[in-house]
Design a protein around this ligand. Structure first.
Ligand code: SF4
Ligand code: FES
Length: 327
């Protein structure tokens, strides 16, 4: 199926959504996504940040769609033409979406542990307005304790449902969800049960804002002062492929590795995340590629990856055997 997004044509398989097609073209045309997550089934459709304008429905029915559509939930039709960054109306409408998302979101970035990694912060900079028109008191929730590993800060939640879907699809027994309706909706553990499941820590990685953070890392360090490195270990519960966030020799945090869309590549178990906090627990693979455009990507060293590849090629050519593989 052929689809044209911002003037660039691409061939995609049937069933591909506009967002997926745009991602295949590249980050320059891909709409932002706050709730869609390619690794989670049925995600998307909640936040509206991914809206686009369909100027031609399909080759068969060339009529435009009457209003912006959520690209994460709209499948491509053959001959469809779509505008994202080339549509001033969409950019304006997206500003409105960001304004809505920020209505109840506290502006506590200076003290929030997610700063530098927050998708809403990035979205605000890239697509938001300079000023808010909102004059009312922001919605506030009482703090609830969901255990010693994960900190829930409900005031910051944008109700994207990613954590609920992660718990549903990657743990045996989901113990939390969205309760109530409308502006009273909130993430809660039913009858205050703690999230103890083996894969529950992944909700931290999928949360786009600072609503779910790692209690074992909170306030230890600003994330841009840490050095992310990819590492692996032999784990009987998960793939053991992780990202270590290091300061000197200390492992301050363990997370899953993320791809260029800032989505988890492979979900990791709680043992890797919380209990393996020594460098000796890991085999270091090398510096992590950082794709984010926020402050977190400063001082990182993508070029070292290339350097490492070059060195490894040379070592191979010279017959060099790495220490861990020597008999
Ligand atoms: S806690 Fe985070 S992941 Fe869960 S719904 Fe709220 S914003 Fe989304
Ligand atoms: S990413 Fe499409 S609606 Fe949220």
């Amino acid at each position: 199926m052929k689809v044209t997004i911002d003037g660039i044509e691409i061939d995609v398989p049937k069933g591909t959504t506009i967002l997926q097609a745009a991602r295949m073209i590249g980050p320059e045309v891909a709409p932002p996504a706050m709730c869609y997550y390619s690794k989670l089934k049925t995600s998307g459709g909640y936040c509206r940040t991914c809206i686009v304008k369909v100027t031609k429905g399909s080759a068969q029915n060339p009529n435009p769609m009457p209003k912006p559509v959520a690209s994460c939930r709209t499948e491509v039709m053959d001959g469809m033409e779509v505008q994202n960054v080339t549509s001033p109306e969409i950019l304006e409408a997206r500003k409105g979406v960001v304004e809505f998302l920020l209505i109840n979101h506290p502006l506590d970035c200076p003290v929030c542990d997610q700063a530098g990694e927050c998708k809403l912060q990035d979205l605000g900079y890239e697509h938001g307005s300079v000023k808010t028109r909102y004059e009312f008191k922001r919605r506030e929730y009482d703090m609830i304790d969901i255990g010693d590993k994960i900190k829930l800060h409900m005031n910051r939640c944008i109700l994207c449902y990613r954590c609920v879907k992660t718990a549903d699809q990657f743990t045996d027994n989901r113990l939390h969800g969205v309760v109530h309706r409308g502006d009273a909706s909130e993430i809660s553990t039913y009858i205050e049960k703690f999230i103890t499941n083996d894969f529950s820590g992944n909700v931290i990685d999928v949360c786009p804002v600072g609503a779910l953070t790692d209690r074992t890392f909170r306030f230890k360090q600003r994330v841009w002062f840490t050095k992310p490195v990819d590492a692996h270990c032999k784990c009987d519960k998960c793939s053991g492929k992780v990202r270590l966030w290091m300061k000197g020799e200390d492992v301050l945090r363990v997370t899953a590795r993320k791809d260029q869309w800032d989505e988890v590549e492979e979900f990791i178990c709680n043992t890797c995340r919380y209990d393996r906090k020594k460098t000796a627990d890991w085999v270091i693979d090398g510096p992590s590629p950082i794709h984010r455009s926020s402050v977190i990507s400063q001082n990182h060293y993508q070029h070292l990856n290339e350097l490492k590849t070059q060195v490894m090629k040379q070592q191979k050519a010279l017959g060099f055997i790495p220490i861990e593989k020597r008999p």
